[in-house]
Design a protein around this ligand. Sequence first.
Ligand SMILES: *[C@@H]1O[C@H](CO)[C@@H](O)[C@H](O)[C@H]1NC(C)=O
Ligand SMILES: *[C@@H]1O[C@H](CO)[C@@H](O)[C@H](O)[C@H]1NC(C)=O
Ligand SMILES: *[C@@H]1O[C@H](CO)[C@@H](O)[C@H](O)[C@H]1NC(C)=O
Ligand SMILES: *[C@@H]1O[C@H](CO)[C@@H](O)[C@H](O)[C@H]1NC(C)=O
Ligand SMILES: *[C@@H]1O[C@H](CO)[C@@H](O)[C@H](O)[C@H]1NC(C)=O
Ligand SMILES: *[C@@H]1O[C@H](CO)[C@@H](O)[C@H](O)[C@H]1NC(C)=O
Ligand SMILES: *[C@@H]1O[C@H](CO)[C@@H](O)[C@H](O)[C@H]1NC(C)=O
Ligand SMILES: [Zn+2]
Length: 451
Amino acid sequence: MTSKLLCAAFILAALTLSITFSLQPDQQKVLLVSFDGFRWDYLYRVPTPHFHYVMKYGVHVKQVTNIFITKTYPNHYTLVTGLFAENHGIVANDMFDPILNKSFSLDTMNIYDSEFWEEATPIWITNQKAGHTSGAAMWPGTDVKIHESFPTHYMLYNESVSFEERVAKIIEWFTSKEPINLGLLYWEDPDDMGHHLGPDSPLMGPVISDIDNKLGYLIQMLKKANLWNTLNLIITSDHGMTQCSEERVIELDQYLDKEHYLLIDQSPVAAILPKEGKFDEVYEALAHAHPNMTVYKKEEIPERWHYKYNTRVQPIIAVADEGWYILQNKSEGLMLGNHGYDNALAEMHPIFLAHGPAFRKNFTKAAMNATDLYPLLCHLLGIPALPHNGSLSSVQDLLRPTAPRTVTHTQSPPPHHGSGKPGEHEQESNAYFIGVSLDTYCPVKYQQVFT
Ligand SMILES: *[C@@H]1O[C@H](CO)[C@@H](O)[C@H](O)[C@H]1NC(C)=O
Ligand SMILES: *[C@@H]1O[C@H](CO)[C@@H](O)[C@H](O)[C@H]1NC(C)=O
Ligand SMILES: *[C@@H]1O[C@H](CO)[C@@H](O)[C@H](O)[C@H]1NC(C)=O
Ligand SMILES: *[C@@H]1O[C@H](CO)[C@@H](O)[C@H](O)[C@H]1NC(C)=O
Ligand SMILES: *[C@@H]1O[C@H](CO)[C@@H](O)[C@H](O)[C@H]1NC(C)=O
Ligand SMILES: *[C@@H]1O[C@H](CO)[C@@H](O)[C@H](O)[C@H]1NC(C)=O
Ligand SMILES: *[C@@H]1O[C@H](CO)[C@@H](O)[C@H](O)[C@H]1NC(C)=O
Ligand SMILES: [Zn+2]
């Protein structure tokens, strides 16, 4: 056979099998898991065999830039909307909206007011509008009525409900008579223990091992339910954690008169609302108060944080240097670990791993933005993405090659012989093998179906 014929034969074979290239409807399932506060490098602190198993048979992104402020609610809402905080409106865990004249507080679980969430539309709503069903096990915001909807199935937030119970619900929803295509699963650790112990504590080792065991449990349950090879599992987090200390505390009471302002949010980004006529006084008193605290008038907040254009961002914000704490005074408690700092800091960055029919195997990518997850999820679910701040093209290399829409010959060097072997893979489809072979033997250019 001439090389041309060989090439044609491969293309024919590939086209015949092309249907298996793209995701089957029953493979357009996504389970998104967040382990709160799982810093990117916890993967290497102690053995994490289950995380490494996912990496070996799936994909791993080493550096994920989350959004400012690097707090739980703002980042979880970004993961499901693809928007920066100024665009989705959940600008902090503790907020005051001067137009609504309402407060929002994670501290007191006063988070159920729909109006705070409705500047954006989370993915579960779009998924349901497209005719699908979603199920959420305590993912932040999923038990809040947003634009008149809840997820098809959801659990009321209750931190005492065990990981195993949450997993059981997820499995039940994916295997029911009308299965969900989108599952969201949330777990509070290692964030809770990270705050309590501080990330540098050797006691964090067992905490990370425990999370690895929980992932092992999830994998085992997915396998038992025959979901492991058909479902796309994405494991991520909202932020990292950094070590704090009683030696790195900035007390606002030392610089400001308590009567002159309201402290809407504290550390490490203090959100300050000066009282009527007190703006200049408060700003001047704070501006050069401490070398480890940078004070911004709202309009001076750096563009790269995308944290300015929202009424819930207060007139003055004071941002602590990494590891520093802003308190009213020392009579308040201090946590040994915290997050919320500049999202350019490595210690604020979360993990990102994925496994499933849509994803490459044993593939490592250097970096992505957290905003890119949303268009990726929409692509996997086959639903339209609403306007967002991410980019699907930036993360499409995580995905396996998809069906060629048009196959055109281009002038290129003669075909060469590569091994064409898919390597040591957990499970391989013919389609992937043909795809690899095509790449190796036939210099064809095909248009990808990504948009
Ligand atoms: C804002 O709400 C508070 C009660 O929470 C009320 O005392 C105050 O008058 C309200 N302000 C305006 C401008 O409506
Ligand atoms: C939270 O869950 C725990 C454990 O399942 C249960 O005992 C408790 O009653 C629940 N609390 C609420 C408010 O439902
Ligand atoms: C705190 O401020 C001092 C003095 O400017 C500086 O040397 C130090 O690097 C700062 N700490 C951090 C964590 O940025
Ligand atoms: C410290 O701040 C708290 C408010 O957070 C206040 O109730 C308390 O009186 C302050 N303590 C001192 C000694 O000023
Ligand atoms: C995964 O890829 C690395 C290099 O990228 C390679 O060294 C390793 O052998 C691969 N492992 C498997 C199981 O294919
Ligand atoms: C993240 O987004 C910024 C701004 O859109 C972009 O410049 C940068 O290249 C992105 N990073 C990655 C790793 O895609
Ligand atoms: C982020 O996306 C929203 C919605 O499309 C858009 O209004 C906003 O301008 C975007 N922000 C940036 C910095 O591009
Ligand atoms: Zn936290």
